[in-house]
Design a protein around this ligand. Structure first.
Ligand code: HAM
Length: 428
């Protein structure tokens, strides 16, 4: 019978890799809570129209990448391709945005039917932060400072660089869009088929086109910079001053346009050259009109999301963090079959009750004492309690063995075991 395999682009994270994930997740969660962000959790399935209305109907995500289906009631649902729209939906639904400022964070799997390659998957994980109710560039700067600290504390500060851009307000982009449309209509027959299709629905997306004939047309197109309103220029200039004053280095990239429609004004990305084509590890910006677009009262917002798989790839390529990760066990209980397994399990339970931080591994399933001891060494245990009659010749005794280079071991009365262990654990 053929074995069933995981779906292409959806990865298992194996036990050898989870310590790095846990360390990374704990680090990023600690950083976001130090900035006053509180966790929000929401479903992985939502109404499809939540994403069509927020990310935009004419975007790669909505047009080509969503996992959408009709459920048994005939409702069209989609696995969430990102968290911002869902965060707005949830916060708005539960009244968190009414006359309030909110700093929220979330973490979890997102789903996009992209072509899988290194750093790009169909199920991937994001950590996102979203700040609501603050319209000034100060919160943009704080959000960027938070992302910078996060990367710094993971030891990745040197591996990434920050790019920023001003994509203007919705009105600026509308005016620019109209001018662009005028210009492109005049040269419609020179565009590639995809761009011609986008001409009606969303001419701004044509700027992302990779088709050489369209790129040639775009060379002479009007520039967004010529249509930025004074307010959005002031906002952006102030943000740059705040970043300079707080020591955040950045590069302005006028080509930085995000692939989701809800952004306005300042957008940013942390990029690396160490991951090949998938170089963006963190991306975000302002999205001041999204709450209203999804039915709420106008509420300014800014946020970003980090791709956790890309962080892991970077950590694996660049740092040795994995070596200092916690070991799977502190004490191993080695039991040979002549002993009462129930007594061994009960002893392990007593140890876990007395020392809640201690990791105790009880060897189940029998096997030779020497094999179990070898496994205890490999598991990283520092001490073995050997529960084997043959070794002591006395059913009331066990042996303690230090699993260090000395390999010292000695017999202990069962009644004295907890006291002896206490002394040994103090040496850890
Ligand atoms: P995004 O640029 O679509 O933005 O994704 C954010 C990050 O998620 C990317 O920079 C990348 O690290 C990671 N990512 C995206 N797609 C994949 C994939 N197929 N495989 C692996 N990693 C991926 C958003 O999702 C916005 N919601 C960010 C945001 C939050 N803006 C404001 N608040």
């Amino acid at each position: 019978m053929t074995k069933i395999q995981a779906i292409r682009g959806m990865n298992d994270v194996l036990p050898d890799e989870t310590p790095l994930w846990q360390w990374m997740e704990a680090t990023v969660q600690r950083v976001v809570s130090r900035y006053g962000y509180r966790e929000i959790r929401f479903p992985v399935l939502e109404q499809t129209q939540l994403f069509t209305r927020s990310i935009g109907a004419v975007t790669d995500i909505v047009e080509k990448e969503m996992y959408s289906f009709d459920d048994r009631n005939g409702d069209n649902l989609s696995l969430r391709p990102e968290g911002t729209a869902v965060c707005v939906r949830a916060a708005e639904q539960h009244g968190l945005l009414y006359n309030q400022q909110q700093r929220l964070w979330y973490k979890g799997p997102m789903f996009r039917h992209e072509r899988p390659q290194k750093g790009r998957y169909r199920q991937f994980h994001q950590l996102g932060v979203e700040a609501y109710g603050m319209s000034g560039p100060d919160i943009d700067a704080e959000v960027i400072l938070l992302s910078a600290r996060l990367l710094q504390e993971l030891g990745l500060g040197q591996a990434v660089s920050l790019q920023i851009n001003n994509i203007g307000s919705a009105e600026d982009r509308q005016q620019f869009g109209a001018a662009l449309l005028d210009y492109l209509r005049g040269r419609e027959e020179e565009l590639d088929a995809d761009s011609r299709r986008r001409l009606q629905a969303n001419p701004l997306r044509i700027l992302d086109s990779k088709a050489p004939q369209t790129q040639a047309v775009l060379k002479e197109a009007p520039l967004l910079a010529q249509y930025l309103s004074p307010e959005s220029q002031v906002h952006y200039e102030e943000l740059k001053l705040l970043l300079q004053a707080t020591g955040v280095q950045f590069e302005e990239n006028p080509l930085l346009v995000r692939g989701l429609d809800y952004y306005n004004n300042a957008v940013f990305e942390w990029v690396t050259s160490s991951l090949g084509a998938q170089g963006t590890v963190c991306a975000g910006g302002r999205y001041d009109t999204l709450v209203e677009k999804l039915g709420g009262r106008p509420n300014p917002a800014v946020g970003f999301a980090i791709g956790l798989e890309r962080l892991i790839l970077l950590l694996q390529t660049l740092t040795t963090q994995a070596q200092s990760l916690p070991q799977p066990a502190d004490v191993s209980l080695v039991v040979d079959k002549s002993r009462d397994m129930a007594a061994a399990l009960a002893l392990a339970e007593r140890m876990r009750t007395r020392w809640p931080e201690l990791k105790v591994l009880c060897h189940c399933g029998g096997g030779k004492v020497s094999t179990q001891l070898k496994k205890a060494y490999n598991d990283g245990s520092r001490l073995a309690v050997i529960y084997a009659e043959a070794s002591t010749g006395d059913s009331d005794r066990v042996r303690l063995r230090r699993l260090d280079e000395t390999g010292e071991q000695w017999p202990v009365e069962v009644s004295d075991l907890m006291e002896q262990l206490e002394k040994e654990l103090e040496r850890f």
